[in-house]
Design a protein around this ligand. Structure first.
Ligand code: ADP
Ligand code: MG
Length: 460
């Protein structure tokens, strides 16, 4: 561990002396981090004081720190962070694991798939989502007592996944032994197809048993079951089983159950058994409230941000909360990078390139069009088209860029070289690397897969 601590000190020193991180940020945020929690074969894990700090560092500085570290040890490695709360929770889990193996495994399984920040506390309510929020809370407080299933629907980026996972968090906080299983319909389809292709009855049974063991089953984006008849049949059986056993189900969708296309009517009618609630687009007042809330997660002193700037962002990003958040992150990132005020003026400058320019009408003809994919990806992540193709290696640009490249490669039969031309004349090996990277991430990081699903939805 001594060696690890030494390495970390070297990384810090390089970050400071070569100005990878602004001095003020270095002094306030990076310098105080002195404790190595553990060193694994892939990462160095450091202790930070709280979630806010962890969130901030991960958003802005993990990538560069990991790069410095990798260069130092001449191997691809990551710098990761853990809070003291998380260490405590890990230790608790570890201890209960010894006493009650089955339950702990289940908890680990289920908790892993819930995003830590998708809690009721972090969900801001207004006219457009209050009813859905209250229904979700009711379900979380007393599962199956009143509403089963709870069916939440609404357009992309309005908080369905957040709200559904908040139920999971709430239930687990009250009863850590409860087996909460979160999955996306897409994942369910993929898993089912995988086990059926193998024609191994044990695996098929294992699949069925896994979902049947749920006390609370969260199934996100159910519209993805469309046209998957065998999977629908399997899901129908699961639904009947869990309902019969009085287990709570929560389902989200981009539309009302009645409007689902190519999904068997038996299933649609089951979805209407409980309650159907919708989330609408947030009005200006709610958008401002959401920005204020997100701000407190991004910077230590939200009062430094001018009200005008927040209003400006709220006015220009009205379609969905994800875009709104993306714009806020971009603005904050911009001001932090240049050490400038969080003013209206700087909000305008930083967002200029992503606020819709009327002249840039999307190509009518199709989705089979590179620019449309680039636009969808940049809109989804709140970055500009030029950033997407730029040479910058910033973390918040690299992933979107790789995903855009992957989607184009996946969709069209275009030579890698040609794709490279659309991304600042990158060469074909870089394009191949990006595709491979995303393919691996799809298998290992469900959030990436979900992001891709959401982008596909925007495109269709
Ligand atoms: P959906 O599943 O409907 O596409 P998500 O639940 O993924 O949308 O929400 C998109 C982003 O917006 C998430 O980061 C989520 O935390 C945030 N978000 C949405 N609604 C709210 C809200 N009411 N308060 C706080 N954050 C929200
Ligand atoms: Mg979602």
């Amino acid at each position: 561990m001594e060696n690890a601590t030494l390495l970390w000190e070297q990384v810090k020193e390089i970050a400071r002396s070569q100005n990878y991180i602004p001095d003020s940020v270095y002094e306030e945020v990076i310098k105080p981090i002195t404790e190595v929690y553990k060193e694994t074969s892939t990462a160095l894990v450091l202790v930070v004081e709280n979630r806010l700090l962890k969130f901030r560092i991960e958003k802005f500085y993990s990538e560069i720190l990991s790069k410095i570290y990798s260069d130092l040890v001449k191997e691809n490695k990551l710098i990761k962070f853990i809070t003291r709360d998380q260490i405590e929770a890990e230790e608790k889990e570890h201890n209960s694991f010894k006493t009650n193996q089955v339950n702990s495994v289940d908890i680990l399984k289920s908790q892993r798939k819930l995003r830590p920040e998708y809690t009721f506390e972090n969900f801001v309510t207004g006219k457009s989502n209050r009813y859905a929020y209250l229904s979700a809370l009711k379900v979380a407080e007393s599962p199956v007592a009143t509403i089963n299933p709870l069916y939440i629907f609404g357009d992309v980026g309005l908080g369905k996944t957040h709200l559904m996972q908040a139920i999971g968090h709430y239930v687990l906080d009250n009863n850590p032994n409860c087996n909460v299983i979160y999955t996306t319909a897409q994942q369910f389809v993929d898993d089912f197809v995988t086990v059926t292709i193998k024609k191994n009855p044990d695996k098929t049974q294992e699949f069925a048993d896994y979902y049947r063991s749920a006390d609370i089953l969260l199934v996100d984006d159910i519209q993805f079951l469309a046209n998957k008849n065998a999977t629908q049949e399997e899901f129908f059986k699961l639904f009947e089983y869990l309902h019969e056993k009085n287990k709570q189900m929560i389902i989200t969708s981009d539309r009302k159950a009645d409007d689902l296309e190519n999904i068997m009517s038996r299933l649609k009618s089951r979805f209407c058994w409980g309650e159907m609630v919708d989330i609408q687009k947030p009005d200006l007042e709610l958008r401002i409230k959401i920005l204020q809330n997100k701000l407190s997660l991004l910077i230590t002193d939200p009062t430094l941000v001018s009200k005008d700037a927040l209003e400006y962002i709220a006015q220009h990003f009205s379609n969905n909360v994800r875009e709104l958040e993306g714009a806020l992150r971009r603005f904050i990132n911009y001001c932090v990078s240049f050490c400038i005020e969080y003013s209206l003026e700087n909000a305008k400058i930083s967002l200029d390139s992503i606020i819709d320019q009327p002249s840039e009408e999307p190509d009518e003809t199709d989705f089979r069009n590179i620019t449309n994919i680039k636009k969808a990806v940049s809109k989804y992540y709140g970055i500009s088209l030029s950033d997407l193709s730029s040479a910058s290696r910033k973390k918040e640009l690299v992933l979107p860029r790789q995903i855009a490249i992957y989607l184009i490669r996946d969709r069209f039969n275009i030579p890698l070289q040609k794709i490279g031309e659309h991304f600042g004349a990158r060469d074909h090996t870089t394009i191949a690397h990006a595709c491979g990277k995303v393919e691996t991430m799809i298998d290992t990081d469900w959030t990436v897969k979900q992001d891709i699903d959401n982008i596909m939805k925007m495109l269709s």
